[in-house]
Ligand binder design. Structure first.
Ligand SMILES: Nc1ncnc2c1ncn2[C@@H]1O[C@H](COP(=O)(O)OP(=O)(O)O)[C@@H](O)[C@H]1O
Ligand SMILES: [Mg+2]
Length: 278
């Protein structure tokens, strides 16, 4: 993988004010406590990788952020202010877009139509196709996407990586502030993975906040600025990617790892990181 990371380069400071902060959020399904006092800070201009084993609670956390269901307790802060996000439209209004693994694209429509689906620009009651096409092209060009031959191609004819590209570009087009990607490279080959990771990096370099869920530690270490680890529903570590090795991340995911000395205080404070979880 030759994706160049700009961690510590153009990424904003790890000390900048967070766009999104969760404080001690909890979520249970019946008797099962899935999220336990989870804290998370996400910053503009940075890719925050959310990692953890199957069942750790990653998707549940994302669904809470996206308003698919509310957290049972805890604080949800946006730009430092407490907000109530109980419905996906609340999250959309804040500028949150989620690109799900099973992409909600319409195969029978072309790229422009998919990017504007449900939000077609109207000028005097007629769809302004020229404007939509121009904005679709500009957005793809702004993300340095050169692999899509025509924005009038049907989405059915695109590769998996290109479909991800369209879904991500759609999020950018709508002036999102936070883009969440759940396993965007899970079904992709090497070249397509690299293409999507470049795009993930480009989102952050364009000033957006990105949350990336991935099982692939090479992907995570290639593009992430920050890594948040969930272990059995607890956020056991939050580290800068530059401060941690591949094997240390794996140890944290499997619950056996000790936090590296340079780990941020929020993580180092927590019990469970220093070996008692193993
Ligand atoms: N709607 C639900 N009802 C009951 N249990 C759920 C529901 N959604 C998730 N869970 C449980 O919550 C835990 C965390 O799941 P999930 O958030 O999907 O983890 P991850 O995405 O990290 O693999 C799992 O034990 C799962 O079975
Ligand atoms: Mg999941």
């Amino acid at each position: 993988m030759t994706v160049t990371t700009t961690s510590g380069g153009t990424a904003t400071s790890p000390d900048s004010a967070p766009l999104l902060s969760l404080r001690k959020v909890n979520k249970s399904f019946g008797a099962v406590d899935v999220l336990k006092d989870v804290d998370l800070d996400v910053r503009l201009g940075r890719v925050t990788a959310l990692v953890g084993d199957n069942g750790a609670g990653k998707s549940t956390l994302i669904k809470g952020i996206a308003g698919i269901y509310g957290f049972d307790s805890g604080e949800y802060l946006w730009e430092g202010q407490p907000v109530t996000v109980g419905h996906p439209k609340d999250a959309n209004a804040l500028g949150i877009e989620v690109v799900y693994q099973d992409l909600a694209l319409c195969d029978n429509l072309d790229i422009v139509q998919n990017m504007f689906l449900g939000r077609e620009e109207k000028s005097a009651a007629v769809l302004d196709e020229i404007t939509m096409e121009e904005r679709a092209k500009e957005t793809l060009a702004g993300l340095s996407v050169r692999t899509v031959k025509s924005v009038r191609q049907k989405v059915a004819s695109l590769s998996g990586g290109q479909r991800q590209t369209v879904a991500i570009a759609r999020a950018v087009l709508w002036n999102s502030k936070l883009v969440i990607l759940d396993e965007p490279t899970a079904a992709l080959g090497v070249a397509q993975t690299e293409q999507v990771l470049r795009l993930v990096r480009a989102l952050a370099d364009n000033g957006l906040a990105v949350i990336l869920i991935s099982h692939n530690m090479n992907d995570v270490l290639a593009v992430a600025d920050d890594i948040a680890v969930l272990y059995l529903g607890r956020r056991t570590a939050h580290v800068e990617a530059k401060d941690i090795t591949h094997s240390q991340v794996v140890e944290l995911i499997t619950g056996g790892g000790a936090a590296p000395a340079s780990m941020t205080s929020a993580a180092a404070d927590e019990p469970g990181v220093e070996g008692d979880a193993s």
